[in-house]
Design a protein around this ligand. Sequence first.
Ligand SMILES: Cc1cc2nc3c(=O)[nH]c(=O)nc-3n(C[C@H](O)[C@H](O)[C@H](O)COP(=O)(O)OP(=O)(O)OC[C@H]3O[C@@H](n4cnc5c(N)ncnc54)[C@H](O)[C@@H]3O)c2cc1C
Length: 497
Amino acid sequence: MYKKKLKHSEEVLQELLKSQGLSRRDALKLMGAASATTMLGSSPAMASSDVNAAAGSDKKAKIVIVGGGAGGIMAAARLRRSASNAEIILIAPNAIHLYQPGQVFMAAGLYTEADIQHKNSNLIPDGVKWLKDTVTEFNPDNNKVLTKDNGEITYDFLVVATGLDYAYEDIEGMSADLVGTKGISSVYLNNPAEGTAKGGTATHEWFKQLRAAAEKASPDNPVNAIYTQPDTPIKCGGAPQKILYLSDDYLRGNGPVGGSDVHNNVKSYFCKKGNTLFGVPDYNKTLVERITPMYGNITDKFNHVLRKIDADKKIATFEHTYTVKGDYDEDLEEYDIINKTENVAMPYDFIHIVPPMKPAGAVAASPLGWQKGSAKGWLEADKYTLQHRRYSNVFGIGDILGVPKGKTGGSARHHGPILQDNLVAAMEGKELTAKFDGYTVCPLKTQYGEVMLAEFNYKGKAPSFPLDPSEPRWIWWAFDLYMLKPMYWHLMMRGWM
Ligand SMILES: Cc1cc2nc3c(=O)[nH]c(=O)nc-3n(C[C@H](O)[C@H](O)[C@H](O)COP(=O)(O)OP(=O)(O)OC[C@H]3O[C@@H](n4cnc5c(N)ncnc54)[C@H](O)[C@@H]3O)c2cc1C
């Protein structure tokens, strides 16, 4: 049971602290430092990315920020402080702001939707004009955007903070409306413009339905559960596995309601592109060698990408890519490698679908996106300075950035001071010296009561803390569950950390 496990984890924590000569007071400091260094951190962000102290500018300029999610609100708060004479306009349709990482805790039955909602009017800083509107067209050649209700808005500097869009419909037979019906769920489903997070609520119901079915099944006649991950970039790349492990642990009776261990009555399949569970080797090792075997009922189906679903018949069809050895090439003195693709139909009782994700529509349709290649449509920003590579008065923050890493709130947090410094430098006509290092954080919930705090950047593993980051720990679970959310609202959204 979850409470029992917490007690146990508490004992483990005490032992850990004792062995390291740390007091409980030190532990709390540690958690503060940890949160500061990850999603919400202040000075550690500066340490991990190369940032000058934002000097500020008293130049007159009109700055337009598009998008009022994590990145947009943070950019508004930071720029309001650093650009004292600038007119700052935030174009954002949403009255409610969502703390999206909390959708996983909603699925786990530990948060409600109300827990992750906050009025945007309380977050938008004084001195920033809020235009409750949506940008329908970006026109960077003429320094203006077109809005749905307020016509054209011109700017001297533009900050693009639109996040990304889901593309459930890119899976044949699938639509967002199916989430919460016919054994289908998807923790990601939300509507940032409306401030609702159906995916969290529906996935908790799905946990309960899966458990109810497992209680009636047996290892010889098991329930089939499929968990998918698409082949597009996604925000919070660890969330597909968070749901896999938390739902399996819920079956073991470790969720908030407890119950007997029925997880062996469920056969779980995790289907994704590629042949690793995590791109950083040390974190992958923990997942492959310890977490997957710990559950025992999970089969990883690598290079399986969901392409089609028959919701009525409960059949999911995957594109399976693989290679076979061809003829021996005498000249090259090696065998040809032949790429093959086949469709694999898998019946299921329950399926958790992570949608393909794509750049926000208005950005993708504009000249601001990469024009070709795998990043096509995502904001064509320099991966270090976050400045647009073709339009020097345009900057980006958050998930919309077409840079190699960093589609997490923690990354947006680290983009904040870089954007602040570099946009102010651009206003002053100075060189842009602040550099984003690719910081990304994934608090991967490996079971109820434990999180592996996977932090990495362009160079690889990037722990901000002197504890082995590949080790799942209760302390990270506790700060993720109890501390990150208030810090997000009160410090990160204010641009203080
Ligand atoms: C299930 C889940 C779990 C997650 N877990 C974690 C985690 O554990 N740790 C972590 O760090 N991150 C996590 N994240 C990711 C994190 O929430 C995002 O990376 C973060 O919110 C990105 O901020 P953003 O400002 O780029 O986008 P968003 O916060 O999505 O905001 C974008 C805003 O732009 C608006 N917008 C879009 N187009 C337009 C337009 N044309 N005009 C005006 N406004 C527009 C949208 O309405 C939205 O309000 C998770 C996300 C989900 C969904």
